[in-house]
Design a protein around this ligand. Structure first.
Ligand code: SF4
Ligand code: SF4
Length: 107
């Protein structure tokens, strides 16, 4: 049977980090809130253009000179996620799916 990755905190309580697993680009409005609260640089804002191309976008820039149709957040570095779920808590559109990590049984 597999176990879930769990951490024992200094208080003695157990905590199960919930790592970012997916982001629904259809629901995302590109507001950038999740980007601002992520402590680990996991996320990247991109602009989608007409033919499906993607360009990196600075979340702090206004859209004055845009070359894209729509902005969406993407998971650029999933491996850096610490499972804090701050991104999901602040997202106004419920774009995120998170999951605990499953530990492979050791032999
Ligand atoms: S769970 Fe935390 S570390 Fe992971 S992407 Fe969201 S805000 Fe960043
Ligand atoms: S907070 Fe939600 S809606 Fe806003 S950019 Fe992030 S994923 Fe998209």
């Amino acid at each position: 049977m597999s176990d879930t990755f769990t951490v024992t905190l200094p208080s003695g309580a157990n905590w199960t980090p919930s790592f970012v697993a997916a982001l629904d680009e259809e629901k995302c409005i590109g507001c950038g809130r999740c980007f601002k609260v992520c402590p680990r640089g996991v996320l990247e804002l991109v602009g989608l253009n007409e033919d499906g191309g993607r360009v990196r976008v600075d979340p702090d820039e206004d859209d004055g000179d845009e070359e894209y149709e729509k902005k969406v957040m993407t998971i650029a570095h999933q491996e850096l996620c610490i499972g804090c779920t701050a991104c999901a808590k602040i997202c106004p559109k419920k774009c995120y799916t998170h999951a605990a990590a499953v530990l492979e049984p050791s032999d």
